[in-house]
Design a protein around this ligand. Structure first.
Ligand SMILES: Nc1ncnc2c1ncn2[C@@H]1O[C@H](COP(=O)(O)OP(=O)(O)OP(=O)(O)O)[C@@H](O)[C@H]1O
Length: 259
């Protein structure tokens, strides 16, 4: 199920504006890769290029290659809508469908994928996904209540349940804990740890400790200068990035000297 991702010479544009330049990296399967770097260096833009969400913005485009287990993501025959279904994404702010029940929130993606879902199969998906997102025990007695009635941390876990319900190959997370308190953050981090045995996870985070805690590899992005595009400075084992990075600018960033 989990897939590795090979990115080569990827340039990412908003119209004429080159936001991210020349990224090449290999993101290993069944592992967590953290993307770090100062504001505006293109972490979210890069993340969205991995499931073709970037192109949703008018005029936005990429050139270069993204290959997921041998399949080129930007090949002409690939349907971007299908890609977005297969590569799950969790955003900064939990965004459950507010009036939809917890049960239906989990199934939202599966209902799009399968025309008719039998009650028994639907129940199974809901329980498995909520268990996978570490939320089952907290909500099993109120599955018919609206998603908006949950706490922020529970809502974020509900969004993760919704993302994993379709059994994606890859899970992209854009600062999934930035709107959460420390206890909910810790629950999500534990969950990320559990999920990585099944999924390839890429997470954008501003929190250095979080990158150090949850990821195997870390990619440090930076701007080459004001008005210049973001680029990948260094990707290495997280252990190495936080103890003995190859690049002085990585060292400066992680030690809090800029960014
Ligand atoms: N919809 C958009 N249209 C035009 N430019 C955009 C758009 N979204 C982002 N950008 C620009 O692309 C560059 C990279 O932005 P991006 O949000 O990817 O950076 P980031 O590293 O994720 O930042 P942050 O850490 O602040 O979230 C910035 O110069 C930003 O202004």
């Amino acid at each position: 199920m989990a897939k590795s991702i090979d990115v080569s010479d990827l340039n990412i544009y908003y119209g004429d504006f080159l936001a991210v330049e020349g990224v090449s990296m290999t993101i290993p399967a069944r592992s967590v890769t953290a993307l770090i770097g100062p504001s505006g260096c293109g972490k979210s833009t890069f993340l969205r290029s991995l499931n073709r969400m970037h192109e949703v913005i008018p005029g936005a485009r990429v050139d270069g290659k993204v290959v997921i287990d041998g399949q080129e993501l930007y090949a002409p025959e690939v349907d971007p809508v299908e890609v977005r279904r297969q590569i799950g994404m969790v955003f900064q702010r939990p965004n459950p469908f507010p009036t939809m029940s917890i049960y239906e929130n989990v199934l939202a993606g599966s209902r799009l994928n399968a025309k008719k879902l039998k009650k028994h199969a639907a129940d199974e998906i809901v329980e498995k996904s909520l268990r996978g997102a570490n939320l089952w025990e907290e909500v099993k007695d109120r599955l018919d209540k609206p998603g908006a009635g949950l706490s922020g941390g529970q809502q974020q876990r509900l969004c993760i349940a919704r993302a994993i319900a379709v059994e994606p190959q890859v899970l992209l997370m854009d600062e999934p804990c930035s709107a959460l308190d420390p206890i909910s953050t810790s629950a999500i981090e534990d969950l990320i740890h559990d999920l990585k045995s099944d999924y390839t996870i890429v997470i954008v985070t501003h929190n250095m400790q979080q990158a150090a805690r949850v990821s195997e590899d870390t990619a440090f992005f930076n701007l080459a200068g004001a008005g210049k595009p973001g680029r990948l400075v260094e990707m290495n084992a997280t252990r190495k990035i936080f103890s003995n990075p190859d690049e002085p600018s990585t060292e400066a960033y992680i030690s809090g000297r800029f960014g």
